[in-house]
Design a protein around this ligand. Structure first.
Ligand SMILES: Nc1ncnc2c1ncn2[C@@H]1O[C@H](COP(=O)(O)OP(=O)(O)OP(=O)(O)O)[C@@H](O)[C@H]1O
Length: 224
């Protein structure tokens, strides 16, 4: 993933708010890095731009060899579906679907046959330690289990890149550590790249590279 001169501003009530200010960033395949910085420093804006969820005003973003700003809406949606996994603070699971169906949903969008997607969903749920809970709905799962379903959904199509926005914000310490251990294992075993926006010291302790943003700019970039 590569950002070159990426800028984005928001306008509210006639006021210009800096989201990102000429960000240059290169993240190699297989890295696990975290983005920290004060509230409003641009972490979510950067994740949304890299994930193709939001447009940018200036600069270039390249993901998996594709230049996002040059892509049509359809091609961008396709790229998100196949190459990028998203994990959010609030899990964003579909309440009326079971854990398995939540994971299958993404695979269905990819056009996979029903038996194949059921098989893959169960494999991925087993990988996150939730095989036994596959038929439960989100309301029947703990917060940590719901976040694991969200991770299973994010990795089901084996994306090269996973973007996680405050994934541990609603988790207790032990569950947060378990989630990070899962990220580390997926990073190690599949070479999946992780970019994790967080305020959480427990998360930062697992990152091999720590980036700090401030006012939409990269303040520091440290490998540990
Ligand atoms: N849709 C929007 N409309 C107006 N301003 C926005 C919008 N989204 C973000 N901003 C502003 O852009 C700046 C960067 O916001 P962003 O959400 O990326 O920060 P953040 O570092 O993720 O913050 P937090 O840690 O609180 O989640 C902030 O000043 C924010 O208020």
């Amino acid at each position: 993933m590569r950002c070159q001169g990426v800028s984005k501003a928001f306008y509210q009530g006639g006021q210009r708010i800096v989201g990102l200010d000429r960000v240059d960033l290169r993240v190699d395949s297989g890295e696990l890095l975290c983005l920290s910085g004060p509230s409003g420093s641009g972490k979510t804006t950067l994740l949304n731009a890299v994930g193709g969820l939001d447009g940018i005003d200036a600069g270039r973003i390249e993901v998996a060899g594709c230049e996002l700003t040059q892509m049509s809406a359809g091609a961008l949606a396709d790229m998100r579906l196949h190459h990028i996994g998203f994990v959010f603070q609030s899990y964003n699971l579909i309440p009326v679907l079971s854990a398995r169906e939540n994971v299958e949903f993404i695979l269905q969008l990819q056009g996979m046959s029903a038996p194949e997607r059921a098989k893959i969903a169960l494999e991925v749920l087993a990988e996150v330690g939730l095989e036994a809970a596959a038929e439960r709905r989100p309301s029947q799962l703990s917060g940590g289990q719901q976040q694991r379903v969200a991770v299973a959904r994010a990795i089901a199509s084996r994306p090269q890149l996973v973007l996680a926005d405050e994934p541990t914000a609603n988790l207790d310490s032990h569950t947060a550590e378990q989630l990070m251990e899962l990220f580390v294992a997926l990073n190690r075993d599949h070479g999946t790249t992780f970019i994790i926006a967080t305020h959480d010291q427990r998360v930062m302790a697992y990152a091999k590279r720590q980036l700090v943003l401030c006012d939409g700019q990269i303040l520091s970039d440290r490998r540990v």
